[in-house]
Design a binder for this molecule. Structure first.
Ligand code: ATP
Ligand code: MG
Length: 828
């Protein structure tokens, strides 16, 4: 394509107003728009077109160059051509040997087709030439400048335009010509766009349109350039990495590391092939192995990736242990592993029976709740044994961070999966019994709430796709049998408790403990200490002595520890003196094994005292004796309460005081007694925080005793809530409290009448050993508790009371007293 120099005269066609309408042949063009001032070589092959050229040559009238709407049309009809074209003059014509023609044409001016004249050999048309009046206004001048600048940018971006075009274009002053010259060079413009510009008669409008098209083009070119640069950079980077990797490999080979590394990768790939895991997880591992291959084996990242792959491959995704258990076997195994606990075992067996019948674990989660050392954890183990599942246990005590349950994202240094996934890895199968120990010791703070994560774990609707942050892929926990344990139910978040079936495991009586020691602990310890073949006897009295003087607990944990102490000492002797020796542990020689006694059997006061009362309390650690002391000194009526009491207890003390004031006459007190004395209530063992309403009557009795100077029966323990009117309200944990009283050697207990029904839960042995006084009103309490109280509250009939029995002898010189109907038992 050529352009005539700006200064050159046009190869003029005869002008004149009447000569505006002309007849000339038409040459349809494919894929090119001819503009005025443009010189363009064309190859012409179609017969009609060649005829048109010949006609033009012969008549010298010029030829109309019009673009076809579609380049594909071979034999265009008038409708297939645009209506506006450029009148051209033929500069040169060359016939080629194959019959086609090469022609060089120059565009002259725009022309519109008025009509097609009948002619078969070629298109003959009547046209009207378009006058182009170029007025150079300020606006046009501004447009010309912008166009020049934009064209410069365009040329810089588009490498296909020779830079000297810029010089040529900048020399053009006529705006119409400028527009036509530039548009012919915009190589990327669409044919329609070019045609549109051709059809705009007003040069200013044409420039405007051109300007906007050029801006669009420039934007595209800029983006193209950016992409090109980016691709180039990427190519360079991969090339560089490849090169460095190759170099590294060469170095590794020199160092002999390579083979090991390759072996390792081979092993991982092999493992992955044989591992039964879900597709999602498999994809992840595959991707990581691919990454791993590219890494230097010594790098920190490689270790991270390697760890992740290890975790994924080690987890039991689909491995299950067969669990074809029979309910009868479960009953037997639970019985073998634990003494007593009949109700608990029944509940567990029922639960297992349901699971077996239903065939899946959609039921609630078992939660074993009770004081320490009563066998909750070991019951969990027993369930696993009974159902033939694996057993894992995690402790949730002190877990305060959600990430401990759910793991850390891998982006953290030293990240690991959470406790749940760690437990699953240890289990090695995906249907273990999973013991969540101490759910009541969870705490939450700003690091997130672990209980909400746990909720997801325990919810059968959600836990088939448990999300651990570290694994970052769903893990199916739905086959896991979760069992929780807790000491204090009130500390378990309510929504969590809601998902659980609570089974209470209660404290043991002395008799239970003796049985457990004889039947379970002693044989177990003997074995553990390698004393199976040694003649060791531990008498029942010795065990009882340990229970009474070395432990004070609801469960048997300390007992087990103390007995273990005895067996360790025996083991030491055996190791020194040989297996032939005979050892007999009796209550007399226990101190030689365990040192001096830690507790007195009956630690309570042995004489009736003024202002001192034995209360019974109940905590997560079981029942306990809580002594209340009250001192009355001359003063101004101040009531002070010490001993680390919670709010409820403080209020109980106030209520007790109000009750006594309301009964001052009956108690023989002056009306204004409370203005003359200061009353100090103290609950010893100040280090222990104390809470709960069940000390109400104890406080009232102690205050009444101190004010009336009447002593309180020292062998009586009591529990009950008090109202302002002196009514005695029921309390919880009766069994544990009775056990505690029995443990402490107190043989009389006073309890609210409303708790009478709970006596059924207390072991018969305890009930038989003790006198139980039921009270509905504080008057009855005072009468039973105060020595001589009968006279004070004469209006109320006296409930029958038995005298305190002498305490069992615990003197080392005598055999220990074995409670009532215990079979005497000697282990060998
Ligand atoms: N009824 C029982 N029969 C046989 N052994 C028992 C019985 N109860 C407890 N034990 C034994 O007592 C020991 C302590 O029990 P375990 O650790 O299960 O207590 P726990 O209830 O889980 O206590 P904690 O609340 O402190 O975790 C274990 O060795 C267990 O075997
Ligand atoms: Mg436990």
């Amino acid at each position: 394509m050529f352009f005539k120099n700006a200064g050159n005269d046009d190869h003029a066609l005869p002008p004149g107003p009447d000569s505006k309408r002309k007849q000339m042949p038409l040459l349809p063009l494919r894929d090119v728009i001819m503009f005025p001032h443009m010189v363009q070589p064309l190859f012409v092959g179609r017969e009609k077109s060649i005829n048109a050229l010949e006609e033009a040559m012969n008549t010298d009238k010029g030829i109309l160059l019009v673009a076809q709407r579609s380049a594909k049309t071979n034999d265009p009809s008038p409708d297939d051509n645009y209506a506006v074209g450029t009148v051209g003059a033929i500069i040169q014509l060359l016939r080629l040997p194959d019959g086609t023609v090469k022609v060089l044409v120059e565009g002259k001016r725009r022309a519109r087709i008025l009509r097609y004249l009948p002619k078969n050999e070629f298109f003959l048309v009547e046209v009207e030439e378009i006058d182009e009046k170029s007025e150079v206004t300020v606006e046009v001048e501004a447009l010309v400048r912008s166009i020049n600048a934009t064209f410069e940018t365009y040329v810089k971006l588009n490498k296909k335009i020779p830079p000297d075009m810029l010089v040529h274009v900048s020399g053009i002053e006529d705006p119409s010509r400028l527009a036509d010259t530039i548009v012919a060079h915009l190589t990327h413009l669409k044919l329609e766009d070019k045609q549109e510009i051709l059809e705009i008669e007003d040069p200013a409008k044409r420039l405007e349109k051109l300007y906007s098209l050029m801006q669009g083009e420039i934007e595209i070119l800029q983006v193209e350039k950016k992409i090109r640069a980016r691709v180039k950079k990427q190519m360079e980077k991969t090339q560089k990495e490849y090169y460095l990797n190759e170099q590294m490999r060469a170095i590794q080979k020199e160092l002999g590391e390579k083979d090991e590394f390759r072996n390792e990768i081979g092993e991982l790939e092999e493992k992955l092939k044989t591992k039964n895991m879900p597709d999602e997880a498999r994809d992840k591992v595959e991707r990581e192995i691919k990454k791993f291959k590219m890494m230097s084996p010594m790098s920190a990242e490689a270790t991270v990736v390697r760890n992740y792959i290890d975790w994924m491959l080690a987890l039991p995704w689909n491995e299950v242990t067969e669990e074809g258990y029979e309910i009868a076997d479960c009953e037997r195994i639970l019985g073998e592993d634990h003494y007593g606990l009949d109700k608990v075992k029944d509940r567990i067996v029922e639960y297992l029976a349901v699971q077996k019948l239903v065939g899946k674990l959609k039921g609630p989660i078992l939660c074993l709740a009770g004081p320490p050392g009563v066998g909750k954890t070991s019951l969990g183990k027993s369930i696993a044994r009974a159902t033939g599942r694996k057993f894992v246990r995690i402790s949730l005590g002190g877990v305060r961070d959600e990430a401990e349950v759910r793991g850390h994202r891998r982006t953290y240094i030293g990240a690991l999966p959470g406790k749940i996934i760690q437990g699953m890895r240890r289990a090695g199968s995906n249907n273990p019994v999973f013991l969540l120990d101490e759910v009541d010791k969870l705490s939450s703070d700003f690091r997130g709430d672990p209980s909400s994560a746990l909720m997801e774990v325990l919810d059968p609707e959600q836990n088939y796709m448990f999300q651990d942050h570290y694994l970052d892929s769903d893990y199916d926990l739905s086959k896991v049998m979760f069992v929780c344990t807790a000491n204090q139910l009130q500390n378990i978040p309510a929504p969590l408790q809601d998902r659980m079936e609570i089974i209470r495991v209660e404290g043991y009586t002395e008799v239970d403990k003796l049985q457990i020691a004889v039947g379970w602990l002693v044989p177990k310890l003997k074995k553990e200490n390698g004393l199976d073949e040694v003649d060791v006897t531990v008498t029942d009295n010795a065990i009882l002595h340990v229970i009474r003087h070395y432990t004070r607990e609801s469960g048997v944990r300390s007992l087990e520890r103390e007995l273990a102490g005895i067996f360790r000492k025996i083991a030491r002797r055996v190791a020194k003196e040989g297996k032939e020796i005979k050892v007999r542990v009796s209550n007399k020689n226990v101190p030689t094994f365990l040192g001096v006694r830690k507790f007195e059997f009956n630690e309570c006061e042995t004489t009736d005292q003024i202002g001192v009362v034995n209360g019974l309390t109940w905590t997560g650690f079981g029942g306990e004796i809580q002594t209340v002391e009250v001192a009355v000194v001359p003063g101004k009526g101040k009531l002070s309460i010490t001993g680390n009491l919670g709010e409820v207890l403080q209020e109980s003390a106030q209520a007790a005081m109000s009750y006594i004031r309301s009964r001052s006459a009956d108690l023989g007190l002056e009306d204004d007694f409370y203005q003359k004395f200061d009353i100090h209530v103290h609950l010893p063992e100040g280090a222990q925080p104390k809470e709960g309403p069940s000390a109400g009557i104890t406080l009232a009795v102690a205050i009444a005793s101190a004010l009336t100077k009447r002593p309180v029966h020292c062998s009586l323990a009591m529990t009950g809530e008090i109202t302002l009117r002196g009514r005695v309200l029921p309390i919880g944990g009766l069994k544990e409290k009775m056990l505690a009283a029995h443990r402490a050697g107190l043989r009389h207990v006073l309890i609210p009448k409303a708790n009478e029904k709970d006596i059924a839960e207390v072991p018969d042995k305890i009930v038989k050993d003790m006198t139980i006084v039921l009270a509905e009103h504080m008057d009855e309490v005072l009468k039973a508790a105060l020595v001589g109280g009968e006279e004070l509250l004469a209006r109320v009939p006296m409930p029958p009371r038995s005298e305190p029995k002498p305490e069992p002898a615990t003197d080392d010189d005598h055999e220990e007293h074995v409670p009532g109907d215990m079979p005497t038992h000697v282990t060998n």
